[in-house]
Write a protein that binds this ligand. Structure first.
Ligand code: NAD
Length: 499
């Protein structure tokens, strides 16, 4: 299929895709596919105002009715799954299966949020005073800014927005400047749902096109009650500090450096499949990509050569083509970062398998690489950093306590896993003295989370949680109510205060 036909099928108007200052290219061949007009700061300020007005109306709509809008968004996403999935592949380079999977995640979270719209439950609390009732209620919070990264250009928007909308919060989305087309195509889908819904307020869901400076406006504005930001730890640091300075709320979903422990009892066939999917999927450009493999001495010499052999046969190329498992890196700087990391690992005594650039003659402006496996003598500084590319560092261990110590000795704390059939080991890994990550799995790789659980991580990953479980509470304002239905005025803690 031609790249132009992918853009058209996704509902993008060709007139909107040219003549602007933001050049968007596809990592498939490096060619420009659009040049978009960027919003000015004045336009963004006006969008914040419109969202504020939308909030006044939307917070009064009963939550199950707000859920109806999200049901319609899910409905429209189902109808456009193929088209949006193809655009995700075109714009960010992940293979079509993963592009479709990302849209499926959007559909799943819409379904989940529709259910939540009827379950915004508070507590009934026992009061210590006679004739008093206590309860906890949840109210809409305000305008929700959503900042997203290039590698998951649409699903994280939906994890946030589906919940924010049922919670009563309008959404302003600042997508990555490397992936704005998927955001515009998503907005077309949302607009169709809004039209079917009938009476949603104007400005309920808006998209800001532009760079980090426009994202900064969302963090700085006192009229944006909450910012949920997905991206690098550096970005999260800036957003977190800006929000803290004005006591705004933030949800931060930042970098990961995810590990797997392979124990002597592991099912190696399963482990190999899980390792390859999670280390090379999305060309190693997932926040949950597997980056560190900690392998027991007893299985190291069997596992690692087998992995090197599987890596040597991986089909790499056009992510929209059948049978391809690894697409391109997002751009030249990503390739440069990968090569620099490999050099540093080598200087630290690492043995590098793979990692070379390929297909450069056919695509001089695109960056395809052989995913790399690097056998490391220890967890040196480069291993402790997140390099957003398909590099899998492999290290040895001899006892589980030591393996968990290596595992946790990185600044990031997103996702983790153990392959073992020994329940003592797996339970230790999941216990309070095991993995220190927000996600810890057994006999499953670290990537590819379901929407039902709360998603996010600790330490430099930012501490945010979004998607399933009770993450909806992050988008609402908690209020504690005490009602005195007696004819006395007893004070709490038995205090006497006679006037
Ligand atoms: P990035 O930090 O360069 O950009 C992410 C977004 O932040 C972009 O939209 C950008 O314009 C915006 N931005 C940058 N500085 C800002 C600021 N000061 N204020 C407001 N907005 C600002 O990240 P990227 O290269 O697009 O994505 C890769 C990174 O994202 C990796 O570190 C990856 O691990 C992380 N990521 C994390 C998750 C997660 O859920 N934890 C998911 C996907 C990606």
């Amino acid at each position: 299929m031609s790249h132009a036909s992918v853009l058209e099928a996704a509902g993008l108007d060709p007139n909107d895709l040219s003549g602007g200052t933001l050049s968007v290219s596809t990592p498939i061949d490096g060619n420009e596919i659009a040049s978009l007009k960027e919003h000015t700061q004045d336009q963004v300020a006006a969008m914040i105002d419109r969202a504020g007005t939308a909030f006044e109306a939307w917070r009064q709509v009963p939550a199950p009715r707000r859920g109806e809008l999200v049901r319609l968004i899910g409905d429209e996403l189902r109808a456009n799954k193929q088209q949006l999935g193809e655009l995700v592949s075109l714009e960010c380079g992940k293979i079509l299966q993963e592009g479709l999977g990302e849209v499926q995640e959007m559909i799943d979270i819409c379904d989940f949020a529709v259910g939540v719209s009827r379950q915004l439950y508070g507590l009934t609390i026992a009061s210590e005073r006679p004739g008093h009732a206590m309860r906890e209620t949840w109210h809409p919070l305000g305008v929700c800014g959503v900042v997203t990264a290039f590698n998951f250009p649409v699903a994280p928007w939906c994890w946030n927005s589906a919940l924010a909308l049922v919670c009563g919060d309008p959404v302003i989305w600042k997508p990555s400047e490397k992936a704005p087309l998927t955001a515009l195509a998503t907005q077309v889908i949302v607009d169709r749902a809004v039209a079917r819904f009938g009476d949603a307020p104007d400005g309920l869901s808006q998209v800001v096109i532009g760079g980090a400076d426009l994202g900064r406006m969302l963090s700085a504005s006192p009229d944006v009650a909450i910012v949920s930001a997905t991206g690098s730890t550096r970005m999260g640091n800036a957003v977190g500090q800006a929000l803290a300075a004005r006591f705004g709320r933030c949800i931060l979903e930042l970098g990961g450096n995810n590990g797997m422990i392979v124990a002597p009892s592991a099912d190696l066939e399963m482990a190999i499949r899980a390792i390859v999917f999670s280390a090379v999927g999305t060309a190693g450009q997932r926040c949950t990509s597997l980056r560190r493999l900690i392998v027991h001495d007893d299985v190291y010499d069997e596992l690692v050569p087998r992995l090197v052999a599987v890596y040597a046969g991986l089909p790499i190329g056009d992510p929209l083509a059948d049978g391809i498992l690894v697409g391109p890196l997002i751009d030249g700087p990503a390739h440069q970062g990968m090569q620099e990391a490999l050099k540093r690992a080598e200087a630290d005594g690492g043995l590098v398998h793979g990692g070379e650039r390929i297909l450069a003659a056919e695509h001089p402006d695109a960056f395809y690489v052989n995913p790399a496996i690097v056998e490391m003598p220890s967890q040196t500084e480069i291993v402790r950093e997140e390099t957003f590319a398909p590099i899998l560092y492999v290290m040895r261990y001899s006892d589980l306590d030591g393996a968990i110590a290596i595992h946790n000795d990185v600044p990031q704390g997103l996702s983790s896993c153990i392959f073992s059939t020994d329940v003592r080991e797996t339970e230790q890994f999941l216990s309070g003295v095991g993995s220190d990550c927000g996600i810890a799995n057994v006999n499953i790789g670290p990537s590819g989370a379901e929407i039902g659980g709360a998603f996010g991580g600790e330490k430099d990953t930012g501490g945010g949680r979004e998607s399933g479980s009770d993450a909806w509470k992050g988008y609402m304002r908690r209020q504690t109510n005490t009602v005195n239905y007696s004819r006395d005025l007893p004070l709490a803690q038995g205090i006497t205060f006679e006037i």
